[in-house]
Design a protein around this ligand. Structure first.
Ligand code: SF4
Ligand code: SF4
Ligand code: SF4
Length: 400
């Protein structure tokens, strides 16, 4: 925060924007929400909880579950929307102290919630990054689950969930930090892959399984309106990240972005319009439904998830492949040393090729996933496929 402020001269900015973002997006299909198992924000939260209980022994508050289930996702959505606008309007990716404040605010949320409530309330309901992680973790090819047969036949302690002392092969733990029971998990969003239950279980019931990526989305998935809103917000975020070319494409120039007011209006439109278009086209889709089982917007909107993931990746690939390899000289510059270390940059044609591949791959997966979720003819789902193709075409113009 007190070092050089721009990305070319501050290695922390380089690390956050050019390394962390591309890597975490690439990681979701492979390891899901694994970041949440090693996340430094929550390490501060857990340390604060531990220290505060030592200094001031007390019973931490239970979770206001009903309230959190109802409103937590919307608070998270609002927080993420504000962060995206803040990022665009104040150019956070090129401002060290503002990026620092963003991380401090997220850490402060983790610390305050951990000092007030038991376990990791922030991670389960309120963390904006956690909301995104939970959403994309649905596309993961791994899942942590316990075998219900073993649990119901052999267990009466439920140490995985409640916590408790060591028992048989199980170790002493505090129980699942997000109050999930591994035998009742049906959605990767509810598991931060901390492996506490795996350590605690005395009956070897918990396992990390390979699975078809995204399987919960077309099996027993529970839809949530705030989750779909977040998904569409993340779709809008890709357009927001390309606001200047988008404005030029629509208006012929980006003069609008020179004033703060014009910039704020354009940013808000870019962020929310894609979601509004998806919603409006869904009204059109209803005309194609005819007889037979109907699908609602909330169910089908999850079909956009691969496109959102891979379009976000296409955006961050530019930063990753052109700037991540500069981290050593940038590190030297941050320390005030001459930047003599070597650096690596991908050829622009390679970056464009990979961005294009990511977009097309994301679109294909979205069409396939929509078919899987919808279980209807191609014609009935044609409007949503049309939106997927249209967004992909537009993103191609803006990104590749
Ligand atoms: S939910 Fe947020 S604070 Fe919690 S582990 Fe994940 S990223 Fe970190
Ligand atoms: S996962 Fe292990 S500790 Fe948890 S209920 Fe099943 S058998 Fe018991
Ligand atoms: S304890 Fe088990 S179910 Fe709970 S978050 Fe950790 S890995 Fe997931």
């Amino acid at each position: 925060m007190w070092g050089p402020q721009t990305r070319e001269s501050n290695f922390a900015l380089n690390f956050f924007w050019a390394w962390w973002w591309p890597l975490i997006l690439i990681g979701f299909p492979f390891v899901g929400r694994l970041w949440c198992a090693v996340c430094p924000f929550m390490i501060y939260g857990e340390v604060a909880q531990f220290v505060s209980l030592k200094l001031w022994p007390r019973q931490l508050k239970g979770w206001p579950r009903e309230w959190a289930e109802r409103w937590g996702g919307w608070i998270l959505y609002g927080g993420f929307g504000l962060i995206l606008l803040w990022e665009e309007l104040w150019s956070l990716e090129n401002s060290a102290y503002l990026s620092g404040w963003l991380l401090i605010i997220i850490t402060a949320g983790a610390v305050v919630c951990s000092v007030l409530f038991e376990r990791r309330f922030w991670c389960r309901y309120l963390c904006p990054i956690g909301g995104m992680n939970g959403l994309f973790a649905k596309l993961s090819m791994i899942e942590l689950r316990a075998q219900q047969g073993i649990c119901s036949a052999t267990c009466n302690t439920y140490h995985c969930y409640k916590g408790g002392p060591a028992e048989g092969e199980g170790q002493a733990t505090m129980g699942c930090p997000v109050y999930s029971h591994p035998a009742q998990l049906t959605d990767n969003r509810d598991c931060v892959l901390c492996m506490t239950c795996l350590k605690a279980c005395p009956h070897k019931s918990v396992a990390l399984n390979l699975r078809p990526p995204g399987i919960e989305l077309w099996t027993d998935h529970q839809t949530r309106s705030y989750e779909v809103a977040l998904l569409l917000l993340l779709l809008g975020a890709v357009f927001l990240h390309r606001l200047s070319p988008l404005t030029t494409w629509v208006l012929g120039n980006d003069a609008w972005l020179k004033s703060f007011g014009g910039h704020a209006i354009a940013a808000t439109i870019a962020l929310f319009l894609p979601g509004a278009i998806a919603l409006l086209v869904d009204r059109l889709r209803k005309q194609f439904q005819g007889t037979g089982p109907q699908r609602n917007f909330l169910e089908l909107a999850y079909g956009y998830l691969p496109l959102v993931l891979f379009a976000s990746l296409a955006h961050f690939l530019l930063l990753g492949l052109s700037e991540a390899g500069h981290i050593l000289p940038v590190f030297q510059t941050t320390l005030g040393l001459p930047a003599v270390a070597s650096s690596l940059t991908a050829h622009p044609a390679v970056i464009s090729f990979l961005q294009g591949t990511a977009l097309v791959f994301g679109a294909l997966l979205s069409v396939m996933l929509t078919q899987k979720i919808g279980r209807q003819s191609w014609l009935k789902l044609a409007p949503q496929h049309g939106v997927t193709v249209g967004f992909t075409f537009l993103l191609w113009q803006l990104i590749v």
